[in-house]
Design a protein around this ligand. Structure first.
Ligand code: PEP
Ligand code: MN
Length: 337
């Protein structure tokens, strides 16, 4: 961290801040110029908020040199993390396809969609039993009954299950059924929930918050690793921008940026990013080409009558075609699906 003092700061003020930083355990290297003084502050700044130094009226600028996250950083773990989700490896050279409806609606719906997506090459099934809806009058999910239907689906099709958790209270029920516990965009910074999830031995799919930076997202992942859960998968699902033609804006550049900053696997969710079924294939191909470790795709056999997100759900035939095309893209960059 570099600290720049305002021009003409008094010697006793510089000395005061020096003693303050030394007392915090930092090492200080001073650069005294004609007009202003700089401190290079060395040591572990992970538990220190550099902005707090602006409380000193003679501090002009503070520049953080080190990233604030440690355990998620590629510097602490240079090789790619591979997360085992109910026997399916996420990360590494194989591209994972997670597919299923937005929400669990009925036994028949889950049965049809699970059979179809499995036939087309999906390795993990997704469906929400607890749905975070903008309107309290919209379908909220089948809750416990939804989890029960997912358990029955697993027994029948042997597909691991991804499903979103909204409250730590539901964790015991999730641990019985769900192989990949999803933290949705609205809960990315629900730190109480993250702390509870950090204590369990179950993979977590951490979606990016609607309006969060990559650094904030990685700090949320850091909560999970810091608490002891290193089975974390990141999912870019689009962010809020000025554009209204799509539901959100898929940040494809997040893929290479994350790949350089962290060792955690990165997925793309083109369904929630675009909000329209007709854009899903194009964004999926872009995600794979950019180096994502997999896709999370909403599929429904009857999207016109889906209880949520039908407009962005692919019919099974379109999904099968998407997997076929994505396989070609993956092979072109020396990966497999
Ligand atoms: C979902 O995957 O069903 C979902 C609600 O996603 P997000 O949190 O990205 O909106
Ligand atoms: Mn959805």
């Amino acid at each position: 961290m570099i600290v720049k003092f305002r021009d003409g700061t008094k010697k006793q003020d510089i000395e005061f801040l020096k003693q303050h930083l030394l007392a915090l355990g930092f090492e200080i290297h001073e650069n005294i110029g004609d007009e202003y003084t700089l401190f290079s502050v060395l040591g572990d700044t992970s538990q220190f908020d550099p902005d707090s130094l602006y409380a000193f009226k003679y501090v002009d600028a503070v520049v953080r040199i080190r990233e604030p996250f440690k355990k998620v950083s590629r510097k602490s773990h240079p090789t790619d993390t591979v997360v085992d989700v109910g026997g399916v490896a996420v990360g590494g050279n194989k591209t994972v396809i997670i597919a299923g409806p937005c929400a669990v609606e009925s036994e028949e719906q889950i049965d049809i969609i699970a059979r179809k997506v499995k036939e087309s090459g999906a390795m993990i099934f997704r469906a929400g039993a607890y749905k975070p809806r903008t309107s309290p009058y919209s379908f909220q999910g089948l809750e416990k009954d939804g989890l029960r239907l997912l358990k029955a689906m697993k027994a029948r099709y042997h597909l691991p299950v991804a499903s979103e958790i909204m409250s730590a209270e539901d964790l015991p029920a999730f641990l019985e059924v769900v192989d990949l516990i999803q933290v949705g965009t609205r809960n990315m910074q629900n730190f109480a929930l993250l702390k509870e999830l950090s204590k369990v031995d179950r993979p977590i799919l951490l979606k990016r918050g609607l309006a969060n930076t990559i650094e904030e997202w990685l700090m949320s992942a850091e909560y999970l690793l810091a608490g002891g859960n290193d089975k974390v998968i990141l999912c870019e699902r689009g962010i809020r921008t000025f554009e209204t033609a799509t539901r959100a804006t898929l940040d494809i550049s997040a893929v290479p940026v994350l790949k350089s900053l962290t060792h955690l696997p990165v997925l793309i969710d083109p369904s929630h990013a675009s909000g329209r079924w007709e854009y899903i294939e194009s964004l999926s191909k872009a995600g794979i080409a950019a180096g994502a470790d997999g896709l999370l795709i909403e599929v429904h056999h009857d999207p016109e009558n889906a209880l949520s997100d039908g407009q962005q759900s692919l019919k099974p035939e379109r999904f099968a075609e998407l997997v076929r095309k994505c396989r070609l893209i993956a092979e072109a960059i020396d990966r497999t699906i």
